[in-house]
Design a protein around this ligand. Structure first.
Ligand SMILES: C[S@@+](CC[C@H](N)C(=O)[O-])C[C@H]1O[C@@H](n2cnc3c(N)ncnc32)[C@H](O)[C@@H]1O
Ligand SMILES: Nc1nc2[nH]cc(C(=O)O)c2c(=O)[nH]1
Ligand code: SF4
Ligand SMILES: [Mg+2]
Length: 253
C-alpha cells in the first residue's frame, strides 16, 4: 500500500500541556503525512500541504541526530513501518500521526495504525478534526487524540464556523470510542472573546481544552490570560490548560 509521506522523526511531544489525554513531554516517533485540505494562516508545516509537490519523504536515521535519508513519494507502507521501528529506543509513549492532515489518507493511516498497534505501540492522532466521517474509520485504533479547534483568525477555510462544528463532532466520535481526547485552540492577538465563549460552550462536559499561542508568539500575556479565563469560567477551571510549542524552544523537531 502506498502513501504520500512527509517525514518520520523522533522527538518529545512538544504540545498539549498538562490536560487529561495530553502526551506533553513524552517520547514519540512522529509520522507526518503530506497533504492538507485547509490553509491555516500560521501553519508551520506549510511545505507539506500540497501533496503533489512533496516529491520525496525523509526519515531520521538515528534518534536525535537530525540526520535524514530521503526516498521518493509515494512511499511504501512497509518502508514507513521500518523507518519507525528503526527509531524505537524502548522508551516510547506512543506513535504520533500528524501532517499535513493524516486523516486525508485514511486507508494507509488505518493500515499503519493497525500495524503499530499489533506491534504493541499506542497511537496518538494529531488532527484538524474537520473530517468526522474519516475520524470514524480510525477511532477504534486511536488511544490519544489532539483535535484542533480552528479559531476564526486561523482563516483555515471559508466557512470556519461549520468547520468548528465538524471538529466538535470528531471529538465526540473519538470520546465515544474511548479515546483520551483533548481540543487545542491556537490563539492570536486578534482572537475574539465571544468566539472563545462559543468554543467553550461547545466543549463543556465533552473534552478538555488547551489554549496554544500562535508561534512566533504575538499575543500579549494579558490577552492570553483573558482568553484562558473566558474558557475556564465556562468549562471549569480544571478543564482548560496552556500549551505552547516547547520543541521550538528546545530546538528539536
Ligand atoms: C501542523 S498541524 C498538523 C495536524 C493537523 N493538520 C492540525 O492542524 O491539527 C499540528 C499542530 O501544530 C499546530 N500548529 C501549526 N502551526 C502552528 C503555529 N505557527 N503556532 C502554533 N501552533 C501551530 C496546529 O495547530 C496543530 O495542533
Ligand atoms: N516535538 C514536536 N511536537 C509536536 N506536537 C505536534 C506536532 C505536529 O507537528 O503535529 C509536533 C512536532 O512537529 N514536534
Ligand atoms: S490543518 Fe494543520 S496542516 Fe493543515 S494548514 Fe492547518 S495547521 Fe497546517
Ligand atoms: Mg509540528
Amino acid at each position: 500500500m502506498k502513501l504520500i509521506m512527509a517525514e518520520v522523526f523522533n522527538s518529545w511531544q512538544g504540545e498539549g500541556g498538562s490536560v487529561e489525554g495530553s502526551a506533553f513531554g513524552r517520547r514519540q516517533i512522529f509520522v507526518r503525512f503530506a497533504g492538507c485540505d485547509l490553509n491555516c494562516l500560521w501553519c508551520d508545516s506549510r511545505e507539506y500541504i500540497k501533496a503533489s509537490q512533496v516529491s520525496r519523504w525523509r526519515y531520521e536515521v538515528e534518534p536525535f541526530t537530525g540526520k535524514f535519508e530521503y526516498r521518493p513519494n509515494p512511499a511504501e507502507l512497509g518502508d514507513v513501518v521500518d523507518a519507525i521501528l528503526r527509531l524505537d529506543t524502548g522508551d516510547l509513549h506512543s506513535i504520533s500521526y500528524t501532517g499535513g492532515e493524516p486523516t486525508l489518507q485514511v486507508e494507509p493511516l488505518k493500515a499503519l495504525m493497525g500495524e503499530m498497534k499489533s506491534l504493541g505501540f499506542d497511537n496518538f492522532l494529531e488532527t484538524h478534526g474537520g473530517l468526522p466521517e474519516l475520524i470514524k474509520d480510525v477511532a477504534h485504533l486511536t488511544d490519544y487524540a489532539s483535535v484542533d479547534i480552528k479559531d476564526e483568525t486561523a482563516r483555515a477555510t471559508e466557512d470556519w464556523r461549520a468547520l468548528v462544528l465538524r471538529e466538535v463532532k470528531s471529538i465526540r466520535i473519538l470520546k465515544e470510542a474511548g479515546v483520551k481526547v483533548y481540543a487545542k485552540l491556537v490563539v492570536t492577538s486578534e482572537t475574539k472573546l465571544e468566539n472563545v465563549r462559543w468554543y467553550a460552550e461547545l466543549l463543556k462536559g465533552l473534552a478538555p481544552l488547551v489554549i496554544q499561542p500562535r508561534e512566533p508568539i504575538e499575543v500579549s500575556q494579558e490577552r492570553l490570560m483573558e482568553l484562558y479565563r473566558e474558557a475556564a469560567l465556562i468549562m471549569g477551571r480544571k478543564n482548560v490548560g496552556l500549551s505552547f510549542q516547547v520543541h521550538k524552544y528546545l530546538n528539536v523537531l
